[in-house]
Design a protein around this ligand. Structure first.
Ligand SMILES: Cc1ncc(COP(=O)(O)O)c(C=O)c1O
Length: 381
């Protein structure tokens, strides 16, 4: 039986062309340590700098503003701790709905820095008036505040108004970091149109390989003091570059920009079809966050809430080859969703079951049809 994969917000399968590029690089006898001074080192370094240039052209930023990391988690850690180490940050403003890689990093600094978590409603809408009020009251000098708010929530798909948040940060001279991990490679990111100092990206969310990502650091807001041992040129991390991953993350992004409109439409149609079918077949179904609203949520994420309690529903689906997730993908094996626990009323959270389905370019209408029908059967049991 074919496996139906509906967990693309957790990981996307590499495109065939990316696998081919990766394989060709592995066979290239001239590739060596890109930090070495000799010909092979310089040859390898060329690939890295070409990839950096390619990414900066795609998202319309400066070449030196792109720095490669090994994951989105590492990127979030580097930015938050780097900003704290390099600027006189007194306050951090964030929300409880951020990814755990952000929330856990912030925990490390809570003794030293006051952290404000802005409010949200039961749909996960953030209170941006409160954000502005805190910025207004707590700005004592330039860049004493770091705001960390994600572009798209990985669990409920809410699209946050990062354009407005960026403008508020600009107005109040605050640093703005945004987790772009569910945004870049899904939407047309153009840094000429967004005011933000730092963002994070991860290739395995947009059909690139696992173990490679990058961060954006706005010119003028670099980290002079490294958070790691040593500094190599414009790098803030002093390890050997993952050349294979770096070339592939560039190509994955390049292909995304080429195919963006067509692929987005395809996935959006699938999401609309899923909502229609679920509404018809599953009684009293609800959608968490804004994920049921196609204009205010990401086109690939749908978080459904069923009026029954069954903590093993996702396992039962797994046993019949249907892959979905509960909670944040990275932690779904261990924990239930902290995001839903936070936004939903207690009795609703306790007496219902939620599943996140996230769609990708390899999904077909048939996948949705089978998923909904199997789900209905399981619910009748
Ligand atoms: C919004 C968000 N931030 C950060 C991460 C972590 O990225 P990575 O898996 O590359 O460490 C994820 C992964 O699911 C995510 O969805």
């Amino acid at each position: 039986m074919r496996r139906i994969y509906l967990d693309n917000a957790s990981n996307t399968k590499m495109r065939k062309i990316i696998i081919k590029i990766y394989k060709n690089l592995l066979y290239d006898k001239n590739i060596s340590n890109p930090s070495s001074f000799h010909f092979l080192g310089r040859y390898s370094k060329y690939y890295i700098e070409k990839s950096r240039e390619g990414i900066s052209n795609l998202i319309k930023c400066k070449f030196s503003e792109i720095i490669f990391t090994s994951s989105g988690t590492e990127g979030n850690y580097i930015i938050i701790s780097g900003a704290i180490k390099n600027y006189k940050i007194k306050y951090i403003i964030t929300s409880r709905l951020e990814h755990l890689s952000v929330l856990n990093t912030l925990e490390l600094f809570k003794e030293k820095i006051k952290i404000f978590y802005i409010d949200n409603d039961e749909f996960g809408n953030l209170n941006l008036n409160q954000l502005e009020l805190i910025l207004k009251n707590k700005t004592n000098y330039k860049y004493n505040i770091l705001v960390s708010i994600m572009a798209i929530n990985n669990e409920i798909g809410n699209i946050n108004n990062i354009e407005l948040i960026g403008l508020l940060c600009k107005k109040y001279y605050s640093l703005f970091h945004s987790d772009f991990i569910q945004y870049i490679g899904h939407y047309n990111v153009n840094m000429k149109k967004i005011y933000c100092h730092y963002f994070t990206a991860s290739a395995h969310k947009f059909y690139g390989p696992l173990g490679i990502g990058f961060i954006y650091i706005k010119k003028g807001f670099e980290f002079k003091k490294s958070i790691n041992i040593g500094i190599l040129r414009n790098k803030i991390i002093s390890d050997t570059d993952n050349l294979y991953g770096i070339v592939c993350v560039y190509y994955a992004l390049k292909i995304f920009y080429k195919k963006y409109k067509k692929e987005k439409n395809k996935i959006l149609k699938l999401k609309k079809y899923a909502i229609k079918l679920l509404n018809n077949k599953v009684k009293n179904i609800k959608y968490n966050g804004l994920s049921g609203d196609i204009n205010r949520s990401s086109y690939n994420i749908l978080n459904i809430r069923l009026p029954v309690k069954d903590d093993l529903l996702h396992v039962k689906l797994d046993l019949i080859n249907i892959i979905v997730s509960i909670g944040s993908s990275c932690y779904s094996n261990k924990n239930k969703s902290y995001v839903l626990k936070y936004i939903l009323r207690r009795n609703i959270y306790k007496n219902t079951t939620s599943l996140r389905i996230s769609l990708g370019i390899y999904n077909k209408r048939k996948d949705i049809y089978i998923f909904v029908n199997k789900l209905k059967k399981l619910l009748l049991w």
